[in-house]
Write a protein that binds this ligand. Structure first.
Ligand SMILES: *[C@@H]1O[C@H](CO)[C@@H](O)[C@H](O)[C@H]1NC(C)=O
Ligand SMILES: *[C@@H]1O[C@H](CO)[C@@H](O)[C@H](O)[C@H]1NC(C)=O
Ligand SMILES: *[C@@H]1O[C@H](CO)[C@@H](O)[C@H](O)[C@H]1NC(C)=O
Ligand SMILES: *[C@@H]1O[C@H](CO)[C@@H](O)[C@H](O)[C@H]1NC(C)=O
Ligand SMILES: *[C@@H]1O[C@H](CO)[C@@H](O)[C@H](O)[C@H]1NC(C)=O
Ligand SMILES: *[C@@H]1O[C@H](CO)[C@@H](O)[C@H](O)[C@H]1NC(C)=O
Ligand SMILES: *[C@@H]1O[C@H](CO)[C@@H](O)[C@H](O)[C@H]1NC(C)=O
Ligand SMILES: *[C@@H]1O[C@H](CO)[C@@H](O)[C@H](O)[C@H]1NC(C)=O
Ligand SMILES: *[C@@H]1O[C@H](CO)[C@@H](O)[C@H](O)[C@H]1NC(C)=O
Ligand SMILES: *[C@@H]1O[C@H](CO)[C@@H](O)[C@H](O)[C@H]1NC(C)=O
Ligand SMILES: *[C@@H]1O[C@H](CO)[C@@H](O)[C@H](O)[C@H]1NC(C)=O
Length: 292
């Protein structure tokens, strides 16, 4: 009799605490699963991986796809950029042109611009901006093959292309004093590529490396830290077009109600446990009294 009663009490206790603890809101659950494309970078708000994370776990315009090497890829105005690193605290992302990286894997000694021409970067201005310490590289195509001496060094690190479709290509930072003369020697496209380099003196050790390394963008989205610090998961409601803080009990506008979220559940669980133990003890006592 004594054993049966205690078994029953333990059973009731288990059911009770499980029920209380397991009732977690499904938005919270869905956005709590960390995802990666395979390279180890964790993708969370404002970014989300198409097909792996529901769009409500991210912010509009921050959809990421995965390439076959397991890198996260951000598409900005139809150009793919590989994401190398996301700094969630400082709200910036380090990216590089995916086509250029792909085309130049084989050859580290020069950058091949002949068929995978870098295009002008155009950013969705309401979302992304170049970090203010980035420099801009001007690529000049179809330049005169017999260049004056002071311009020859701007060819360094760019592969000579056999069939001359792009002509000679020159690369200079935008504030280089030779830019005007170089432009005069070139008749082709002029493309501006952002690079993460200090270009105060206008000289690069390796243009190819600099272009392949890419650049840093900062972003504008809702600040997630208040919601996160309250125990929530950040998200976005596309139909109301509003930021959401997904809490364990339900979604909220800004942050979770600390007094009403997890803490309440833990408190209920503790109270339930205490009541269970009391009932159990009461039974034991009654039996003891009857037996004696
Ligand atoms: C959210 O999670 C629930 C289970 O917790 C699952 O059934 C549902 O498909 C998920 N929704 C999305 C959009 O992933
Ligand atoms: C540059 O790329 C083109 C097209 O992919 C290729 O034909 C050419 O041989 C490459 N040049 C160098 C120097 O690698
Ligand atoms: C030059 O190379 C480009 C690709 O790099 C190719 O599309 C084009 O057909 C080539 N032209 C000649 C004349 O070989
Ligand atoms: C981030 O972007 C904003 C424009 O959206 C710009 O004003 C600001 O200077 C940038 N911050 C840094 C550190 O570059
Ligand atoms: C290339 O430069 C040489 C020497 O400066 C000049 O004679 C020639 O006309 C230039 N060619 C073109 C197409 O500008
Ligand atoms: C790599 O670049 C160097 C320098 O331009 C060139 O001589 C070499 O042929 C290239 N190698 C390959 C595999 O494209
Ligand atoms: C540009 O070229 C002209 C004549 O070719 C020369 O006098 C001038 O010094 C050059 N400018 C720079 C900044 O090198
Ligand atoms: C790239 O942008 C610059 C201005 O920043 C412009 O002068 C140039 O024509 C553009 N190039 C192309 C190929 O659109
Ligand atoms: C620009 O600023 C970022 C963030 O502070 C930093 O990681 C990066 O090295 C800086 N780049 C240059 C060229 O100073
Ligand atoms: C986000 O908000 C927190 C708290 O208000 C603040 O400390 C932090 O600097 C903010 N982050 C950004 C990138 O604005
Ligand atoms: C967005 O809001 C609508 C209306 O309030 C609601 O029905 C829907 O479940 C919400 N979706 C998300 C992802 O919050």
């Amino acid at each position: 009799m004594k054993n049966q009663v205690s078994c029953f009490c333990v059973f009731i206790l288990c059911v009770l605490s499980r029920k209380v603890l397991a009732k977690v809101d499904h938005f919270y659950k869905n956005c709590s699963v960390p995802e990666t494309c395979g390279d180890g970078q964790t993708i969370t708000f404002p970014f989300y991986i198409r097909g792996k994370q529901p769009s409500f776990c991210g912010y509009p315009g921050f959809e990421i796809s995965c390439n076959s090497n397991g890198n996260p890829v951000l598409n900005l105005h139809n150009i793919d950029y590989i994401i190398h690193e996301i700094s969630y605290n400082n709200q910036f992302v380090w990216v590089s042109n995916a086509a250029v990286s792909e085309a130049n894997k084989a050859n580290a000694s020069c950058i091949n611009l002949s068929s995978h021409r870098i295009q002008n970067v155009s950013l969705p201005e309401d979302r992304f901006a170049l970090l203010s310490n980035q420099s801009e590289l001007v690529l000049l195509y179809n330049c005169n093959s017999s260049l004056p001496g002071e311009l020859i060094r701007y060819r360094d690190g760019i592969c000579e292309n056999e069939n001359k479709t792009a002509g000679t290509v020159l690369a200079l930072v935008r504030n280089d004093p030779n830019l005007e003369n170089a432009s005069r020697a070139c008749s082709g496209d002029r493309v501006v590529a952002p690079v993460d380099v200090y270009a105060g003196n206008g000289a690069f050790s390796n243009i190819g490396e600099v272009i392949k390394r890419g650049f840093l963008l900062n972003w504008t989205a809702s600040n997630c830290s208040v919601c996160e610090e309250s125990g929530g998961r950040c998200g976005f409601n596309a139909s109301t077009y509003l930021f959401k803080c997904f809490c364990t009990d339900r979604p909220r506008a800004q942050q979770c109600d600390l007094a009403n979220g997890r803490i309440t559940k833990v408190a209920i669980a503790i109270v339930a446990t205490a009541i269970g133990i009391l009932i159990f003890l009461a039974f034991c006592f009654r039996e003891k009294i009857f037996i004696e």
